[in-house]
Design a protein around this ligand. Structure first.
Ligand SMILES: Nc1ncnc2c1ncn2[C@@H]1O[C@H](COP(=O)(O)OP(=O)(O)OP(=O)(O)O)[C@@H](O)[C@H]1O
Length: 248
């Protein structure tokens, strides 16, 4: 499998606080990597560094073999790196389909032109509807986003990220705030992500992590404590002592 994301020795300090410490990992096409660790371990900071929200103090990031360390988040998106955020970032009043169409416009570099001309692009409207169909949201195409259940809004965020046709997808706690009963659709959506996409997920729900991931990186106090298959992680005494706290 070809390597899509190579993270080498990333470091970040906030003043005196050393938050990520020489973190390295790699993602190949089709990988499902879960990044786990206690609260404050540095997971979101790391994803912010990888996606370009935060500049790293040290280390390098390669995307599809190209050095993107100094590039903006927007450039990284255009090169195939998409992400979702821990907290929903959707426009509340916008109908669901328009929300997706805006992302498609952005991807196609059309956003500088008059927004109302979306009707001139039936191809993008069809693509938006296909994406909504994939996530079981077609019935809500005309619904204002804020009227949807929280779990459905998280699905829209995933659809938005996929609208960018990424090679690498970073998901920051997609289940956060979703009531237990509404989690099933999110799980199915995760299972149905394109097979060749490389996915990195931050998630506290260990059932989901061990079900979804083919590899797990454990972060503790900003450094990689372990990197291995779910079975290796489950059996790793350091992980059990430092994080899981009990035999998984
Ligand atoms: N912008 C910032 N300025 C100062 N300190 C920060 C900043 N962002 C994060 N931190 C600190 O860095 C540490 C790591 O935070 P981070 O959010 O990356 O951890 P996390 O593993 O994602 O935690 P959680 O699981 O609770 O989301 C914490 O001590 C946090 O308070």
């Amino acid at each position: 499998m070809s390597l899509l994301l190579e993270v080498e020795g990333l470091d970040k300090r906030f003043g005196g606080l050393h938050v990520t410490r020489s973190v390295s990992f790699r993602l190949a096409a089709g990988d499902r990597l879960a990044l786990i660790g206690p609260n404050g371990a540095g997971k979101t900071t790391l994803v912010n560094q990888v996606s370009g929200v935060l500049r790293s103090d040290k280390g390098g990031i390669r995307l599809g073999g190209k050095d993107v360390t100094g590039l903006s988040q927007a450039r990284r998106v255009r090169m195939g790196l998409a992400r979702t955020f821990q907290i929903t970032t959707l426009a509340p009043h916008l109908p669901v389909q328009r929300q997706i169409e805006m992302a498609l416009f952005e991807r196609e570099g059309l956003s500088a032109r008059a927004w109302r001309s979306i009707d001139d692009y039936p191809r993008l409207q069809d693509e938006a509807r296909a994406l909504l169909g994939r996530f079981g949201l077609l019935a809500h195409a005309a619904t204002p986003t804020e009227d949807l259940a929280y779990g459905e809004q998280r699905l829209i965020e995933m659809a938005l990220a996929l609208a960018l046709r990424p090679k690498v997808l970073l998901l920051d706690e997609p289940m956060a705030g979703v009531p237990k009963g509404d989690g099933t659709r999110l799980l199915s959506a995760l299972d149905a992500l394109p097979k060749d996409l490389a996915v990195l997920i931050i998630e506290h729900d260990m059932d989901l992590v061990f079900r979804f991931a083919n590899r797990i990186v454990v972060l503790a106090e900003g450094a990689v404590l372990a990197d291995g298959s779910p079975d290796q992680i489950r059996r790793d005494p350091r992980v059990r002592a430092a994080y899981l706290g009990h035999p998984a």
